[in-house]
Design a binder for this molecule. Structure first.
Ligand code: HEC
Length: 124
């Protein structure tokens, strides 16, 4: 009888510890996310570019900082891989990368394209 009580107590403690751990990692994740959002919004030009990125639905296929789809490659570090000119070429004509690509060409205004390219260049 006593053994059962001890077992029940141990299970409860283990359960409580596990919950505590999960809570802790969740807050760190949220803090990281928040750090990123405030960093981007502090520069109005990048904020516009990020808005274009979100509105155009790039994230359905691409991941940035762990958020987004997996159809296309992650865009982390894309600002180191290409310069502004090459990025524009890719966005306006994704077929330059792959003639059979599923990526749609960008159809927004020149201003939005520039803002989007600035945002992509900031991903280093
Ligand atoms: C329907 C899915 C899809 C959407 C939407 C999409 N892409 Fe892509 N993108 C791809 C795929 C797939 C590739 C890889 C090229 C290939 O092999 O087709 C790619 C490649 C790229 C590359 C080159 C990556 C590299 O490392 O060479 C960039 C930059 C890029 N996309 C940016 C964007 C941006 C910005 C948007 C939004 C305006 C966007 N993509 C929307 C699927 C997509």
């Amino acid at each position: 009888m006593r053994l059962l009580q001890i077992l029940a107590l141990l299970t409860t403690i283990a359960w409580l510890l596990a919950c505590g751990k999960q809570e802790a990692s969740k807050t760190t994740e949220q803090q990281n996310l928040q750090g990123q959002i405030s960093k981007e919004v502090s520069d109005p030009k990048l904020a516009r570019g990020k808005a274009v990125y979100d509105e155009t639905g790039c994230a359905t296929c691409h991941m940035v900082a762990g958020i987004g789809g997996r159809t296309g490659p992650s865009l982390d570090g894309i600002g180191k891989k290409y310069d502004a000119e090459k990025l524009k070429e890719i966005l306006l004509n994704p077929k330059t990368l792959n003639p059979n690509t599923v990526m749609p060409p960008f159809e927004g205004s020149d201003e939005d394209l520039d803002a989007l390219v600035d945002y992509l260049l900031s991903l280093k």
